[in-house]
Design a protein around this ligand. Structure first.
Ligand code: 5GP
Length: 654
């Protein structure tokens, strides 16, 4: 699939490609390949044969006494054609018409015999009864059992229950009991009769409504069934699915020549839950309507209008179905923005899931390595169907391909020198990323897990933002209000200590060579030089604060994020973003600062750059519109770390 997409891209770029896609059938769709399968001609013959047979049968049917409802399932049609069903053929005494289906006939006779036996038992019971009232009651029951209408109804019941070859004694009649209740309630709205009022009260009872809801969900699963039938030596599958109102079927189809083939079954839809539709199954009929020869769009429109019981006649996929296994959900953080409407490779646009850099996604299926099925964090409850997102390696490959194409076109434009410079630059920056996140070259997704900080080991809070965004002020405020709760790490310096300074209190005073050795060993989260002296914050200093049970506050530059993330300190990163230029000017004025308009613009531009390049590493963002509000928001976020687990890279927990 990767190759076909990739080829598609290259061809499309040269203007030669045609796109063939999947179509979601009643999902809020896959690219079909026009390459003819080796089984195709045999397949065609089978279908043609089947179609002719079907046509013949329909013609016979239309000549005969039955008007076939095109929307009725084949199963029901079979039922309606069964001479034993219906009140025209009651055979109370077991004198049935001869039919080929002797087995089922016997079953019906058996049922009727039961009725005769029941009558005899009642007669016997009546003789045994001594009081007149009881005898009268038994007489009444016998009269009811002997009535023509009752016998007819009993015959139908026997035929239907025999048709339903279920072990379960009670098969659901509908999976839409809730809808039925509502319908009855509507009808009863104007009723003033006592029975009507009583029924209305019953139906509006919340317990009964909950019961109906539970019934429907169980019945929906119960009613989904599959019959594998031999049809002229071919195996066809009769699948019955219950499609409730507002519940998507969740499958995609593609055209393979004249055939309509199930291309993808999406998690969370009725098709997936039933487990009866499989990728590669060819759809011959839906509720008696012939599908072969239809365009996927027609199938889509058709299915959109249908609800209730859907009966599919399928040629099962020849692919061996993998044993059903419980898929483990993988949680990832996206490191790129994704807009399905802008993705020419997406096999089914309707199913694409949009997301933004930094979003947490729950990947529930990687069956198709190119197109994973996922939910956005928080959407699982109100979004029944999973969406399609590009798989990790697919995304990496096409990003690589895109870059190659861009670079080639640059070369083409005679800007070779420029392109080379950029490749070098990019290589430098991505290599830093891959070192810390284990990604090949391009960042796509990072696997995440939930982490709840222990009460005695608080996560350090890293405040990130451009100068003048107010992050330093926020840190100072936290330290002054609750010095026992918050602390800053004691930095290292190579300068000499001053009289009032104590080693380990203001600074760790170290020699330049010692500082440089530690720096080379990656022991510093950040460092800088000031007046020929080196300064820096070591991971050990931060760990010291964590071990003391306090929250370490860090104000960092974005370039420190990489090393901080790989330090095993599990930082919680908050981006302090500046407000609008005008608001920033007002805020700085209250601090006695009078920045020039270009300086204000620079703060905002710097923040935009930081967000663009490092936004996916931020756990939260606070827009500093008002210092008090920003402070309260900061406190809220910090307190939340004690009460709620947070997503962290899974690699941090290994
Ligand atoms: P001083 O030597 O007067 O204490 O600080 C001189 C400069 O070093 C100040 O501008 C201060 O912000 C900076 N400085 C202090 N500690 C650190 C640190 O841990 N890292 C970096 N990069 N600079 C620091």
């Amino acid at each position: 699939m990767i190759m076909s997409h990739m080829n598609g891209y290259v061809q499309e770029a040269s203007g030669q490609a045609k796109s063939h896609r999947e179509r979601a059938v009643d999902c809020p769709g896959e690219e079909s390949s026009l390459v003819k399968s080796p089984h195709c001609s045999a397949h065609m013959e089978r279908i043609q044969h089947y179609q002719e047979e079907l046509k013949k049968r329909r013609e016979e049917d239309s000549r005969g006494k039955h008007d076939i409802d095109p929307n009725a399932s084949l199963r029901l049609k079979k039922l309606s054609q069964n001479p034993k069903v219906g009140i025209d053929n009651p055979t109370f005494e077991g004198k049935e018409k001869a039919t080929k289906d002797t087995c089922s006939q016997e079953a019906v006779v058996g049922e009727l015999k039961e009725l005769v036996e029941l009558l005899q038992a009642l007669k016997w019971a009546q003789h045994c009864l001594t009081d007149a009232q009881s005898q009268q009651d038994a007489e009444l029951i016998m009269q009811l059992l002997s009535k023509e209408d009752f016998r007819n109804a009993y015959t139908i019941y026997s035929a239907v229950s025999q048709q339903m070859t279920r072990v379960s004694p009670t098969s659901p009649l509908t999976a839409q009991a809730e809808d039925l209740c509502q319908e009855v309630q509507k009808i009863l709205q104007s009723s003033q009769q006592m029975e009507g009022l009583e029924l209305k009260a019953l139906l509006t009872n919340p317990h009964l409504q909950a019961l109906m809801q539970a019934h429907d969900s169980v019945a929906g699963q119960e009613m989904s069934e599959e019959d594998v039938v031999e049809y002229h030596g071919e195996t066809v599958k009769l699948v019955r699915l219950e499609k409730a109102r507002d519940t998507p079927l969740g499958a995609t189809v593609r055209n393979d020549m004249d055939s309509v083939v199930v291309s993808r079954v999406v998690k969370g839809g009725a098709a997936e839950r039933s487990g009866l539709l499989s990728e590669g199954d060819e759809i011959l009929e839906i509720n008696g309507i012939s599908i072969r020869g239809k365009h996927v769009n027609e199938v889509h429109d058709l299915l959109q209008q249908m609800q209730g019981t859907l009966t599919f006649l399928l040629i099962p996929s020849s692919q061996i179905k993998p044993a059903p296994h419980r898929q483990t959900v993988m949680h990832v953080r996206a490191y790129f923005d994704y807009d399905p409407s802008d993705d020419p490779f997406l096999p089914c646009r309707e199913l694409g899931l949009s997301f933004q850099k930094g979003d947490i996604l729950h990947v529930i299926s990687q069956d198709d390595p190119s197109w994973w099925q996922a939910y956005r964090d928080g959407d699982e409850d109100n979004q029944p169907l999973a969406g399609l997102i590009p798989g990790k390696s697919f995304q990496q490959q096409r990003e690589t391909l895109k870059k190659t194409i861009t670079d080639r076109s640059r070369e083409h434009q005679g800007k070779l020198w420029y392109a080379k410079k950029n490749i070098k630059k990019r290589k430098k920056s991505t290599s830093t990323l891959s070192r810390t996140t284990d990604y090949d070259d391009i960042l796509t997704y990072e696997e995440m897990s939930l982490y709840h900080q222990p009460a005695n080991r608080k996560r350090p809070i890293a405040l990130i933002g451009p100068t003048n965004s107010g992050h330093d002020e926020l840190r100072r405020r936290l330290l002054s209000i609750e010095p026992e709760k918050f602390a800053v790490a004691v930095p290292h310096t190579t300068r000499n200590s001053r009289i009032h300074e104590l080693n380990g209190r203001e600074y760790h005073f170290v020699s330049r060579p010692a500082f440089e050795t530690d720096l080379a060993a990656g022991k510093f989260i950040e460092s800088g030089e000031y007046e020929k002296n080196l300064y820096g914050t070591s991971t050990d200093s931060v760990r010291h604060i964590i071990n003391s049970g306090r929250i370490c506050l860090l104000c960092l530059h974005t370039r420190s994020l990489q090393i901080l993330r790989s330090s095993n300190l599990k930082p919680y990163v908050i981006f302090i973003a500046p407000p609008s230029q005008e608001r920033l000017r007002t805020l700085l004025a209250t601090e006695g600062k009078t920045p020039k308009p270009e300086e204000l613009k620079e703060v905002i531009e710097k923040a935009r750059e930081m967000e663009q390049n490092f936004g996916h590493f931020f756990d939260a963002t606070i827009v500093n519109m008002d210092p008090d509000q920003a402070f309260h928001e900061l406190r809220r976020l910090i307190d939340k770390l004690d009460t709620e687990p947070q997503w962290v890279p899974t690699s941090w927990l290994c």
